[in-house]
Design a protein around this ligand. Sequence first.
Ligand SMILES: NC(=O)c1ccc[n+]([C@@H]2O[C@H](COP(=O)([O-])OP(=O)(O)OC[C@H]3O[C@@H](n4cnc5c(N)ncnc54)[C@H](OP(=O)(O)O)[C@@H]3O)[C@@H](O)[C@H]2O)c1
Length: 281
Amino acid sequence: MSREFKGWTILITGASAGLGREFARQWAREAGRLVLVARRLDRLEQVKEDLLSINSTLQVDLLNYDISVPDEMVRLMNWCESNQIHADLLVNNAGLGDYGVYELTDWQKLDQMLMVNIVALSALTRYFLPEMIRRKKGAIANISSIASFVPIPTFAVYAATKAYVTSFSEALSLELEGTGVTVTAICPGPIPTEFGSVAERAGKTKPLASPPWFQITASQAVRESILAIRRGKPCFVPGWIVRCVATLMSGCPTILMRWIGKRFGKFPDKAQSQRNAVRVD
Ligand SMILES: NC(=O)c1ccc[n+]([C@@H]2O[C@H](COP(=O)([O-])OP(=O)(O)OC[C@H]3O[C@@H](n4cnc5c(N)ncnc54)[C@H](OP(=O)(O)O)[C@@H]3O)[C@@H](O)[C@H]2O)c1
């Protein structure tokens, strides 16, 4: 099965940058209406201008809500209700990470991560799913990460939030078989976007290093992911090298992962040096 999304209403969270903006661009010719959510309205306006230059008949709605705030989530849903927005395709893309040892995390940032990566994604899925099932037509794409396959020291909460996203999507995908609605967890590896600069703790921690051969562009990741969403695949890793590594990671026994993390990842040493740096400050 490979579906066309001609004329569909597609709601994308985190559409002001990175993968979300790229999803919007690559669907601009096919979609009937794009509903784009993010906090930075000026960035959303630039995206809209770009989309209309690709397809001048496209209907584009910009919703600048902070989806980590429950009241704003309610306002977003109320807006959809009063404007009769029934998303045919929901892309839960907004997300953020936080690099560094857990005990030095800024709780506000952590809270925001849990709300965006887990709560908002679950709430929007709950909000749009019943109508998709009633119409026997729909797709949900949850942007997870390769980090969902193993626990990652100094990136612990992010990896755990993405483990939730992949597990939740896999389970829903089976639950929905035969309803006409598909759920796909997209699990990218490293992609150059604003993600790294948002995740680092300014002047304190840097993103985990990833070699260039392990990175793919946002454009390639989205192009491959769109094919997987069309086919209703439950889980997809864009980029063949990343896919091979993900397969090895997910099949690796926990005891071996712990040994690799200690011996090659040197995570205990890295964590200690972050603590020492703070003491020197
Ligand atoms: N880039 C990677 O290496 C990578 C790898 C694996 C998975 N991912 C996942 O891919 C997804 C997209 O990430 P990206 O790389 O495109 O990151 P990005 O360039 O930082 O974009 C993140 C998007 O999320 C939006 N967002 C963040 N917090 C929000 C909030 N509270 N309310 C509303 N919108 C919010 C941001 O918009 P505003 O700031 O305007 O609100 C932005 O549009 C994320 O779920 C990420 O975890 C990324």
